[in-house]
Design a protein around this ligand. Sequence first.
Ligand SMILES: [Zn+2]
Length: 383
Amino acid sequence: MKLFIIYFRLFLILIFSSHIFANNNQTLKFFENNVLLGEIKTIQNNQFFSVNDLAKITNSKKFINDQTEKIIFYVDNKKIKVTNDIAFILIEDSLYQLSSKVIKDKNDYYLPIDSFFNIINNLSKDFSAALTSQRISFSTRKITVTPNKKVDLSNEKQKWEFKTIVIDAGHGGKDPGAVGYRGTKEKDIALDVAKRLEKKLSKNLNVKIVMTRDEDIFLRLSERTKIANENNGSLFISIHTNAAEDRRASGFETFLIGPNKNEAAVRVAARENAVLELEGISGQKLTNEDLIKATIAQSAFASKSEQFASMVQGEIKKRVQSKDRGVKQAGFYVLMGASMPNVLVELGIISNPSEEKKLRSPQYRDQLATAIYRAVEQYQKTL
Ligand SMILES: [Zn+2]
């Protein structure tokens, strides 16, 4: 059966004006044909969007339970359940993590825009939402059958889903990360490989690349994920090198977020999370319960993250003489809250003198960057 398919995009572009609300809090009002459609609230530098406005604009049914402080509404026929003062939302039967808690004000509920839009954009092929500094737009794609026109669906879908890659060079500034026998610093190796990867990706793929840092500066772990979410990243790659007590240990491995199952993986996560002490929040140790919550929140991306992680391992293995330590999971703070598929790559064990020597070689680092670039290319083809 031959069907010819065309997309109609219905863009509703809302332009809004702004005025200062109070102190740090700001409300943006947006209009269409001079009719007030809704408001965006900025509270402590986070932008929030009203569920009432969203329901109105998208003609969605909504149900409020004042006792339990929950609101249910629908986007693209998917049931979304929001609870006041909670940073998770339930869509159908899956739990998703927002970048901050839901706020209730009078009879309305407000959601953090960046992570909410990111979640629904990943979830729905037929509905999308975007916010730029000047406007907010929703678009609906309807499929109808008409003769004589043909659209390449696979291309269209890919474009929709894979737009921005976030590269995170681990550590930086006052945090050198692991330091090798000859004084080689993890932060420098990570940044060099990140920059090489950025070049290869921007040269060869039609995607936007965002670097969490492109110089030797200190960045909090939470800031890294925030940058990724705010840029609506489609993939988050955190680049590191490892250290081990056993000087003979060597090899490369790729991590996903998940409950701690393996002692060695827990030690790697503990080392990578140690920067929290420099951030002054070492008291906030991740409990296994936190991890289970984070894992559930990422359930929508888990299989994609795992797929990409094994591609990274495969591509590195093809190119360098080093041990394939495989794909593992543990509680990495930097991956928590990323609203997109995400991995943390340990390029090698810098505390092993012979691996340190390899990592000091620009050719070796270029091979590693090429491997990750090839993994991205391969991953994009599966979307
Ligand atoms: Zn690291």
